[in-house]
Structure formats: C-alpha cells, structure tokens
Design a protein around this ligand. Structure first.
Ligand code: GLU
Length: 493
C-alpha cells in the first residue's frame, strides 16, 4: 500500500472559550474527510493568544471531541512550539519576505485613529518596511521592542482553488503587512498556522468560511518559504433562522451546553453532518460508519447553513426512541443524579435521595420508560419524573378536580380507585390489568373516564402533565400507588 499521499487533516481550535457548536462541525468534516480515506486527523491547540487562552477551555475541547468519538491521531499545542515559529520568522527575514517593525503602540494607535477619521480601513502604513540595515542594527542593539511583519508582495493576484468555493481571487494590494511574530515572541495565528500545517504534513485544510480572507496571506507565506501549500476547503457559515451568524443571542452555542441539556452525541453528529453537506438523497439518519463512508467535500455546499433547533429536537427524539431501555436508562441516570433525585450507591443500586429508599436499576428503568416516547431532551426526565422519586407529593387540592366535580365526587372516585387497585394481586399489578379493571369500574359506577382517572393520575403524580395513570401505577408498584391515593384522600376529608 502506498502511504506517501495519506490524507491528513487537522482541527485547530483556540482555547479561548467553550467548544463552539460551529467548530464541532468543522472538526467533524475534517475528521470524516480524513477517515473516509483512512487518513489521519490531528488536533492542534492554537493557544498563542496568551491573554485569552485558558486550560479549562482546552479540557473542554478534548473532552468534547472524545465524547463525540472524534478521536485524533496526534495532538499538538502551539505554546510548546514557540522556538519553531521564531526560527521560521527569522528565516523569512533572511529571505527578505519579512521585516522588523519597531513602531510603538502609540504610533500605531494614532495611525488607526487617523484612518478611522478618514473612514479608511485600518492598515499598517509600511513605515518600517524599508529601514536601512544600519537603522535596524542600531535599534536591535538598543533593545527596541519589535514585531516581525510580512512583506506583502504588491500588484499581484493570488488565486485559490477552494474545494468548496471554487476559484477565489485576491489582490495583494489590499493585504496588510501582517504581523507574524509579536513583541512578546509569540507568533500570530498566520505564521503558526502555516508553519504547523506544513510541518505536520497537513494535506487538506478544512476550516470555516470566515478564514477564507486569511488564505491569500497563507498562500503567500507558503510561497515565501518555498513550500507547497495544502488544499483548502472553506465550509459554509452556520446561520441562525434569521440568517445572521449563529451567536449566543440565539441560544446555546457551546457543545457542552447541548450535552448538558441531554442531546445525544449521535444526534449532534448526524445533525451537524447535514448542516452544510448534502447527502444527494433523502436519507437523513446516518450512523457514524455511514458518515465516514459517504462523506465527501464535493457535496459540501457554499450557501450558509441554517441551524434549526426544532430539527435538532426532532433528531434527538428520534434517536432517544431508538435506544433500548437499558441504554436509555444509562443515559438518563446522570440527569437524575444531577437533579439530586437519586444517587448511585453500588453496582446497579441507587438511593432515592428524598426517601432514602434503596432501589435497583430496574426501578429506574420502569420510571424512565414512562418518558422515552415523549421527551425531546434527556434533561427533561428530571422534571417530568420528579414525582417518581419523591416521598410525599406536594400539590394543591384543586388539582385533583376534574371539571365540576365536588369534594364528595373526588372522595368517591379515589375510594373506588383505591379499592380496585387493592384487589389486584401484587404480581398482576400491570398497566394492562390495571387499565382493564379501572375501565370496568368506570362503567359499573356510571362515571366518565375523566372522573375516575384524572384524580387518580394527580394522586399518583401530582401533575397535570404526566404519562397515563395505568403505566405510572405499574411503575410505582402497588404499595406506593395505594399510599399515594391515601395521601390524596387526606386532602379531602
Ligand atoms: N485557531 C483558528 C480557530 O480558532 C483556526 C483556524 C484554522 O483552522 O486555520 O478557528
């Protein structure tokens, strides 16, 4: 097998915030593109902004990728590679492709202000571009602080053949003499990115469209180093439904927010896959394997992709319902624990925090089964099933009333339910049996369904929005169900 042309992509986030959902898509596309061809996927932490980079964000990135199953083959951290960038900046100086700039912050600030007043775009005025050798040496000797700037070639057109956007041209006269090495000795994004993509043998740079305007600078840097540039694929912007760039204003934007709300990792992957990539068919549900097999950059479209939360919820509901009960319970348990309803005390054993009762996982399975068909997000289980893990329920008496029932009607209704449930054998205490027996009781007593079942449901759940009373009774078990009816009766003495 030939290994020379092995595809290598990278994901290069800056750890200056929680992993953004848009970046997740970039990572996914870069990953899929590499893995489709059995290539390598590299994680590069771009932490050269010393003020804004934080270790906790780096952790959030690596944790997020791991959670999603986007495993990287290699990992690098730019702050550990400073010498490499410095050396390459010096190389550019020697080649005449870069120059020392000794301009002070004050001078640059003044320049910016002047440009602003004239409504010109901010831009370096090339003041130090042509300093004499002597001047430079003198300043260096005096330890005058400096940055290294790129000597942008002028009067040229740089052409990019982007794998998504096609041919894009840039006039070099519009490009600033970009800072490559900052005065603190740290590289800027542009220098570090180009040096690393080259040294890490990246064959395809897959990144968000917002970086397209940086690409001509990068191409010119490759040229200055006399390196062959990688191929570029700029993937479309993620938009909110109002077609503006997706930002915090539109709700959650970090992967960890979505994880905490209980979106499944399969859903994030599947949903992101389709936000910018067209499968070329009506197929919507993709397993991880299928994604790797079918993904190609050719089907990534240019137009911005609208992030529709309703569609995300639809996917989440769909995947939740595909889970077998045991796995679904495993996914719900952390949410129940976080809501302080239960905590784990042993293998498959839990304590209900409110009542100190010890229960097995089966009990939890019965509870979450009640919601598996209805919820959109895992975190909802803690709210909807709170009644399940509570001792004494707390609710207003008025909730028990169905339509214009009076106290005596409620008393009668609960009395019937109690008796009927009491008569059922503990082993036969199934939703099906309970339903048959209570429906019969409705007829025998000349009641409506609502008159018998509404007060019962409220007694069992303290809620007017809950799964049906038969399923709830079964899941609670005979003893607890009877006990709850009794509690309700006490409210209407
Ligand atoms: N560090 C840049 C970012 O935060 C990387 C851009 C690129 O992929 O070149 O997105």
């Amino acid at each position: 097998m030939k290994t020379i042309n092995k595809i290598r992509t990278r994901f290069a986030p800056s750890p200056t915030g929680l992993l953004h959902i848009g970046n997740v898509r970039t990572a996914l596309y870069a990953y899929l593109f590499a893995k489709h061809d059995k290539g390598d996927f590299i994680l590069r932490i771009e932490d050269t902004d010393r003020k804004r980079s934080e270790a906790k964000y780096e952790k959030d990135i690596t944790y997020g990728l791991k959670w999603l199953g986007l495993e990287y083959d290699e990992i690098y951290k730019q702050s550990e590679r400073l010498e490499i960038y410095r050396k390459h900046a010096k190389d550019l100086l020697e080649k005449g492709a870069a120059y020392y700039c000794f301009c002070t912050e004050e001078r640059l600030e003044k320049l910016r202000r002047q440009q602003q007043e004239k409504k010109l775009p901010p831009r370096y005025d090339e003041h130090c571009r042509n300093l004499s050798k002597e001047e430079i040496e003198k300043k260096l000797k005096n330890k005058t602080p400096y940055v290294i700037r790129m000597k942008m070639p002028r009067n040229r057109v740089v052409e990019i053949n982007d794998l998504v956007r096609g041919k894009v041209e840039f006039n070099t006269n519009l490009l600033d003499d970009q800072v490559l090495l900052k005065s603190d000795g740290f590289p800027t994004y542009h220098l570090a990115c180009v040096v690393d993509d080259h040294l890490m043998k990246i064959t395809h740079v897959v990144r968000a469209e917002e970086w397209l305007s940086s690409t001509p600078k990068h191409i010119l840097l490759y040229e200055a180093f006399e390196w062959t540039p990688p191929k570029f694929a700029h993937i479309p912007m993620l938009l909110s439904p109002d077609r503006k760039k997706l930002s915090k204003r539109h709700g959650a934007v970090s992967l960890s927010d979505y994880r905490k709300q209980g979106y499944l990792k399969e859903v994030i992957l599947n949903f992101m896959l389709l936000l910018g990539w067209n499968p070329g068919s009506k197929k919507e549900i993709f397993s991880f394997k299928e994604m790797i097999k079918e993904f190609s950059l050719k089907r990534v479209h240019k137009a911005g992709a609208v992030f529709d939360i309703n569609r995300l919820d639809w996917f989440n509901g769909y995947y939740i319902r595909q889970k077998d009960l045991d796995e679904f319970a495993n996914l719900c348990i952390p949410h129940l624990e976080k809501a302080k309803l239960i905590h784990k005390i042993g293998e498959n054993k839990f304590e209900i925090i409110d009542t100190k009762e010890k229960v097995y996982k089966d009990f939890i399975k019965k509870a979450v089964a009640l919601e598996q068909k209805r919820i959109k997000k895992l975190s909802e289980v803690s709210n909807f099933l709170k009644f399940f893990f509570s001792g004494k329920l707390n609710y207003e008496k008025s909730l028990l009333f169905w339509k214009d029932m009076k106290d005596k009607d409620i008393r009668n209704s609960l009395e019937i339910s109690y008796k009927k449930l009491e008569e059922i054998d503990k082993d036969g205490f199934s939703a099906k049996n309970i339903e048959a027996i209570l429906k019969k009781a409705v007829e025998e007593n000349n009641l409506t369904n609502g008159e018998l079942l509404w007060p019962l449901r409220v007694a069992l759940t303290s809620s007017d929005r809950s799964p049906g009373p038969f399923e709830v009774a079964e899941a609670l078990g005979k003893e607890k169900s009877l006990q709850r009816i009794k509690e309700a009766q006490k409210k209407i003495l």
